[in-house]
Design a protein around this ligand. Sequence first.
Ligand SMILES: *Cc1c(COP(=O)(O)O)cnc(C)c1O
Ligand code: SF4
Length: 452
Amino acid sequence: MKTSSTRPRYRPYTPDNFHTLPQLDKISPKRIEDMKLTFRVLPFRVSNYVVDELIDWDRVPEDPVFQLTFPQPEMIPRVDFCRLRTFVRAGNERAASDIVRRIHRGMNPHPAGQMDLNVPFLGSEVLTGMQHKYDETVLFFPTQGQTCHSYCTYCFRWPQFVGLDTAFRFACSDETLLPRYITEHPEVTDVLFTGGDPLVMHAKLLRKYLSPLLEKKPGNLHSIRFGTKSLAYWPYRFTEDKDADDIIRLFEEITEAGYHLSVMAHFSHDRELSTPAVEKAMARIRSTGAQIRCQAPLIRHVNDDPGVWSAMWKRQVALGAVPYYMFMERDTGPRGYFNVPLVEAHRIFTEAYRNVSGLCRTVRGPSMSAGPGKILMDGVAEVGGEQVILLKFIQARNPDWVNRIFFAAHNPKAHWIDDLKPAFGKQQFFYEAEYIRIQENIRRRREGFAAA
Ligand SMILES: *Cc1c(COP(=O)(O)O)cnc(C)c1O
Ligand code: SF4
C-alpha cells in the first residue's frame, strides 16, 4: 500500500496506455500478448488506485481484483481466441474484426429486451433515460453518468463500453422531467440515480440534476439513492478530488432537505474495503447523514467464496454501512466464465450468512433481477418426495407477487430462472400467464401512443 502526501490524481489505464503499466513486469510476455488480443473484444479501463492499492500483483492472474478489472483471455471461447491470434499475427485485420464481431454476437448483448418494457411515459412523451418497473422506485440514468472509474469485467453494460450500443441511448439529460414524473406518480417514493456510475459526474453537473428535486420537493418522494462503484474504484472522489467538498456539500443539502439519502455502493471483494482511502471516504459520506448500502453480484474467480462475503459484510458493518443484496450474475457477456449455479450460490450465501451476527443479516440473496421481478433463491428442500428449489419474489412487477414462495424442480446446473422448470410437473410458474398479459398491455399502450 502506498501513502503519499500529494493529492492523488485519477489516471485510467486503457488499451491505449496499457503498455505504460509499471506492474507489467509481473506478467509473462505471452500473457501480455493475449491480454492485448482480449482488449479487442472486451472493454478495459482501470484506475491507478485499483492498480496501485487493490491488486496484489504477486498473485496475478488469479488475484480477485485483477480478475474483477482486467478482461482475461479465458473469457473468450478458445477456438475463436486462437483464430483471432492467428489473424492478428498475420496482420489480417479484416478477418480479425470479423471474428471479434462473431464473439460479440455469441455474448448476447441484449438480455431479455428488458430496457424497453420499463421505459415510462409522461403524457405521450417517452422518457428514455428513465426506468419504472417497481411502483416505489424510479431509475434515472443521467447522460454524463454512463461510464465508470474502472470497468468490471462482468459488467452487463459491456456492449455500450465497447461501442456496440450507443452509450447514451438509455440516458437522459433533461433534469426537469424527473420532478414532473414523480409528481404525477404518487406511488413513487424513491428515485435511484444510476448508470454506469452517476458519481463520476462533476459535482456541478450532479447538482444540476438534483436541484429541481430539492426545489420542488414532491411530497411523495422520500428517498434519493445513488448507485455507485466509486468507493471501490476511486474513493478519493469523496475526499481529495477538486470537487470532493462540493459533492459532500450536495449530500448534506439532500439530507437537510429532509430526504433519506442512500449511497448504493457496489463492493465485490473485502479488499475494496481495506484501504485508508475507502475508510475515510465512507466516514465522510456518513457524516452527511447519508446511509451506505452495499451490494454486488456473486462472480466466479472474484468472490465465489463464503469467506470473502462474510469478511465483506463484517467490514461493511464495522464501517457503518448496511449489507443489502447479493445478486446472481446476469446472463450476458462472458457468462460461462463468471457463472455460479443457483444451488452453489445459495450454499456460498448460507455459509457466509452463518458466520456473521444479525447486524450483517440485513443482506438478501442470492437474487436474480429477472423480467418479472427480483427472484430470491431461498434454498433446497424435499416436498412430497420431490427435490425442489425454493424461490421467492422480493420485488415484483405486480406487487401481489412479492414475498410469495414458489417451487422449481431441483437442478444443480441452473444459473437463472430461465433454466428452471416448475416443480410437481406443473407447466408454468404461478406468475407466468399474468406476466405475459402485463407485457402485452405495456406494448399495446406504447403502440397506442405511437399511433396518436
Ligand atoms: C432492484 C431494482 C430497484 C430497487 O429495488 P429495491 O428492492 O427497492 O432496492 C428498482 N428498479 C429496478 C429495475 C431494480 O432492478
Ligand atoms: S461499476 Fe457497475 S456499471 Fe460500472 S463497470 Fe462495474 S458493473 Fe458496470
